[in-house]
Design a protein around this ligand. Structure first.
Ligand SMILES: NC(=O)c1ccc[n+]([C@@H]2O[C@H](COP(=O)([O-])OP(=O)(O)OC[C@H]3O[C@@H](n4cnc5c(N)ncnc54)[C@H](OP(=O)(O)O)[C@@H]3O)[C@@H](O)[C@H]2O)c1
Length: 314
């Protein structure tokens, strides 16, 4: 495949879209940002008043993500599309694939940035995943019918520096310096930092042949709670951490009860339970760096102390 230079991105101001856009610009790609019209509000779209985009972006195009007829000419001339829309925008993914394929785009980076097709997830998580798979399946279908159109999914596992900062439920309350260590604290999982997520997309677009029509496995670190709390304790100057202990079985049971009752919060409970369930390796995207695509994509391996320093610094 010829090289990829001109890239359209959807979701550029988001949690992961911002670092991906910054990484693309740093790497010299010509970037077009697609965004909803200012103040958009409808039953399927929430308003977007806080968006902000880097000045270096080539152009910013306001678009209705569902309008294939208007998106198609706007995407013409782009080599690749990256979709990193938020979870609330899942319904828009299929029209984006249709428009990109019709416009002659060569590579569509589908919206995974999660656990891919993780066979070790709890069965209850399948209903969440299946909504995302619709667009992945559409991209596969389009690629099967058009050899000029290809797709890649970027599986990142836990977005670790961002998640540690944002979700105390993961066991680490960065603001309060309190932690809950589940069971022995030794269950390993893999994560990718925001730096690694940006680099993963850059790596995919720099290696279109090696990454065509598959999910790539990103990782910046393989770690466990004990390693992270040690890093937090040594990285936090002054204020000590208070550590309590919890049981994955209790977390899981609480999440399942909420799921049965239709109460919000069960997804996060189950995500954390499967992260720390001992001996299950439910949240290991790649057991070793060699088993991942990190080398190909140019993602560096980071230490627990580096990751924790990022979580503490924001
Ligand atoms: N691995 C994990 O644990 C993990 C954690 C978080 C997220 N993720 C995944 O990463 C991807 C990106 O998530 P994110 O947190 O970066 O997204 P986000 O910040 O919530 O949203 C990204 C962008 O999507 C657009 N958007 C948001 N809600 C929308 C709606 N209702 N309708 C239309 N457009 C909407 C907005 O762009 P404009 O305003 O410019 O239109 C927004 O800036 C998703 O697939 C998400 O599931 C994975």
């Amino acid at each position: 495949m010829s090289s990829i230079r001109k890239v359209a991105i959807f979701g550029a101001s988001g949690n992961f879209g911002a670092p991906i856009t910054a990484a693309l610009l740093r790497s010299g790609f010509e970037v077009t940002i697609f965004t909803r019209p200012a103040g958009t509000s409808s039953s399927s779209s929430t308003p977007n008043p806080t968006r902000s985009f880097p000045a270096e972006a080539g152009s910013i195009i306001e678009a209705d993500y569902s309008d294939v007829a208007k998106l198609t000419p706007a995407l013409a001339g782009h080599d690749a599309v990256v979709s990193v829309l938020g979870p609330g925008a899942i319904a828009h993914e299929v029209p984006l694939v249709d428009a990109a394929e019709a416009a002659g785009v060569k590579r569509f980076v589908v919206n995974d940035f999660g656990w891919g097709q993780n066979p070790r997830s709890y069965p209850e998580m399948a209903e969440v995943g299946s909504r995302r798979h619709v667009a992945w399946d559409r991209a596969k279908e389009k690629a099967a019918g058009n050899p000029g159109f290809t797709w890649t999914g970027v599986t990142i596992g836990n977005p670790i520096d961002w998640a540690l900062r944002k979700f105390p439920r993961m066991g680490f309350n960065v603001a309060e310096h309190t932690a809950v260590i589940y069971d022995s604290g030794t269950e390993c999982f893999t994560g990718t930092t925001l730096e690694g997520i940006g680099q993963a997309v850059v790596g995919v677009l720099n290696h279109p042949d090696e990454t065509a029509n598959r999910f790539v496995k990103a990782r910046s670190i393989k770690t466990c709670q004990n390693e992270l709390i040690e890093a937090f304790q040594s990285g936090s100057s002054g204020k000590p951490w208070t550590v309590e202990h919890g049981k994955v079985a209790d977390l899981l049971e609480g999440g399942l009860q909420k799921h049965r009752a239709g109460t919000p919060g069960w997804i996060l409970d189950l995500l954390v339970a499967q992260l720390y369930e001992e001996g299950s390796a439910r949240c290991v995207v790649a057991a070793s760096r060699e088993d991942s695509d990190a080398e190909l994509l140019g993602i560096r391996e980071e230490t627990a102390r580096e990751v924790v320093a990022k979580a503490l610094s924001k």
